[in-house]
Design a protein around this ligand. Sequence first.
Ligand code: ATP
Ligand code: MG
Ligand code: MG
Length: 393
Amino acid sequence: MATLGVMGGGQLGRMFVHAAQRLGYFTAVLEPDAQSPAGLVSHHHIQTAYSDPAGLAQLAELCQAITTEFENVPAQALHTLAQTRPVAPNAAVVGIAQNRIEEKAHFAACADVSGVTCAPYAVIETSAQLQAVQADRTDLLPGILKTARLGYDGKGQVRVKTTEELAAAWAELGNVACVLEKMLPLTAECSVLVARGWDGQVVSFAPQRNVHVAGILAVTHAYEGAMPPALAGRAREAAVAIAQHLGYVGVLCVEFFVVEDGSEHGGLVVNEMAPRPHNSGHYTIDACDASQFDLQVHAMAGLPLPQPRQHSPAIMLNLLGDVWFDANGQPQEPDWQAVLRLPGTHLHLYGKTQARAGRKMGHLTITGPDVATVKTMARRVADLLGLPGLDVI
Ligand code: ATP
Ligand code: MG
Ligand code: MG
């Protein structure tokens, strides 16, 4: 049987491996960490640095096609692999998603077809640009200064209200390339998962509504009515247009803001994209007849892409390492017995042995026969484990 490869050994890689194995594929994971979630469950674990030539050669040798599970894999490594094997998504689009400056330029370039723009912003790469922004772009304050590269889960971001705070924030972030984004009055956030094949076939999931706490995804609401239908339709069309404009192959997640004042942006603003399956799409494993990982396998293996159908309303609750500690900061295993006694709870743990505050250890998807039941059960689970985010917008 053929082997599919993945760059990176995190939980997204692990769930990709599970989906690939279900279809009978062998898998190979390239990941330096000996105890990674994906490396532990894969047939082959190539334990080298992501850019190691010997490791890349071995991965290419083993695999029919190769994908990536995190966006900070060196784009050059994907380029090297692509010399001999199909790589999806390719180095060029991963490179765009790795850099907020290029990403925003792409969103602007396809705004005519996608119908959405991003938040007003300015690029700050040099002291001269900082000064120019301080002088001419006070309309961007209050704002968020974000590093162009390597930020995730709200890391590499500082909220600023004044030009002085902006200068201090840029220094705090190490004077690296950044974007200053205007702080928008959000009424909601949502994301859309799109899968596109080598032949251009596109399928997508309905937008799911996301709640972040302290910059990290806490809750995903995935059911009819989670988003106003008109906005949901526009977000879905925009995400498909963005993927098509990139000539994207694989699974792409596009994040959107919904803003209070609909007049300027028509209510919908594109935030960022991830060139891979996404935490906000984990509910698809338990609530849909094809998950985001199934689609990733299909897309890269050149299999037809089924239009996924959601069969149950769902709420996904992220399990961060915080839950593994009691009120006194002492380690404790969460009470899975109590959680799993509740109907419709699906527990996913990623095989990480070290719990740390803020670390993604697993997630719970709650499904049920109707939205009201799912909400009630999710509330109970959240109360049992002390999970945040169900009472936020
Ligand atoms: P991810 O882990 O999703 O990759 P990230 O670190 O790349 O996150 P962003 O998505 O840019 O960060 O921002 C994180 C969260 O901060 C957003 O989901 C939103 O809640 C808030 N946020 C970011 N930019 C803005 C903005 N311009 N206006 C209002 N809120 C914002
Ligand atoms: Mg991001
Ligand atoms: Mg984000």
